[in-house]
Design a protein around this ligand. Structure first.
Ligand SMILES: [Zn+2]
Length: 299
């Protein structure tokens, strides 16, 4: 009796260990065939102290990540990078062009990059916007067939931000989302206006998490892949891995709600520690380099 009890405990321990290790590497509830592609819309050369208060002055070169999630119920973009107009028209960003010194070449255009992975802009069913700054909502207008998924607070903030926060919003990036004169319905595109979280397909595989901090309507996404497991895509809710580990905030103009940013960091850490989630920041050069890039993908 005693030895069979011991055997039962040992078996339970083995099963529990197996479940834990499985949890970090796979997500059984997500549909087969799901994929996550990682892209960069060129790069920016920015002073590190903008991304991290107290950092020594000096520019660093950072990626401008955006993502494509292939799911049986639809293809989803998370963020859309820099507006492709800057490739041919350096004045499009006005004074922001000098402060961000963007890298531009024809091969970073979003349609060129999507095509290399086998997708046309018309194949995109949803565009989730982490927020609407120039390096995230830049190409939203290239997807008129898609449903835009964005926090209502971000839409109102992008069109008319409070003093001190207007610089990174280029209104012509997203003016096309608004209906024409005399229309009582404001949205010209299909838009899901959120004031909170959304489980996009109802199966937990693409979960949008509202995270007010960097901007009034920032949101992150956790993608739960059948083989890779959960991956958190931060947009600008956290800039660098070092910001996350040391709880460092960006400069004032990029921290609309500092306490909210720290709440967002805590959520990322929770996802990492409890679900074993990988984290891909939009602008961290080291962690970006360490990931697979399109046309390779995660399953
Ligand atoms: Zn931003």
């Amino acid at each position: 009796m005693k030895s069979s009890f011991k055997w039962m405990l040992a078996s339970l321990a083995i099963v529990a260990g197996w479940c834990l290790s499985l949890g970090a590497t796979a997500w059984a509830g997500s549909p087969e065939g799901m994929r996550l592609y990682v892209f960069s819309s060129g790069w920016l050369n920015i002073d590190k102290s903008a991304l991290q208060t107290g950092a020594a002055p000096g520019r660093i070169q950072i990626p401008v990540a955006f993502f494509l999630i292939k799911h049986p119920k639809g293809n989803v973009l998370f963020d859309t990078g820099n507006n492709d107009r800057i490739i041919t028209d350096p004045t499009y960003w006005g004074p922001m062009a000098a402060s961000l010194d963007p890298g531009r070449s024809p091969d970073v255009a979003i349609d060129v990059q999507l095509e290399k992975a086998g997708f046309k802009p018309s194949d995109i069913n949803y565009v989730i916007l982490g927020h609407m700054h120039l390096d995230h909502a830049g190409n939203v207008g290239k997807f008129p067939n898609a449903t835009i998924v964005v926090q209502r607070d971000e839409i109102t903030n992008a069109f008319w931000p409070p003093p001190g926060y207007a610089g990174p919003y280029i209104t012509s990036d997203f003016a096309m989302l608004r209906s024409g004169l005399g229309e009582s319905m404001p949205n010209k595109y299909k838009v899901i206006e959120l004031n909170g979280d959304l489980d996009l397909f109802g199966d937990g595989s693409v979960y949008i998490h509202r995270s007010v901090g960097h901007t009034p309507g920032s949101e992150m996404v956790v993608v739960r892949l059948p083989k890779t497991g959960p991956v958190v895509l931060t947009s600008d809710a956290c800039y660098l891995m070092e910001n996350l580990t040391k709880n460092l905030l960006p400069s004032v103009g990029l921290a609309y709600d500092p306490a909210g940013l720290l709440r967002g960091y805590a959520w990322i850490k929770h996802m990492r520690d409890v679900e074993g989630a990988d984290v891909i920041f939009a602008h961290d050069p080291e962690t970006f380099k360490a990931h697979k890039h399109s046309p390779e993908y995660y399953e």
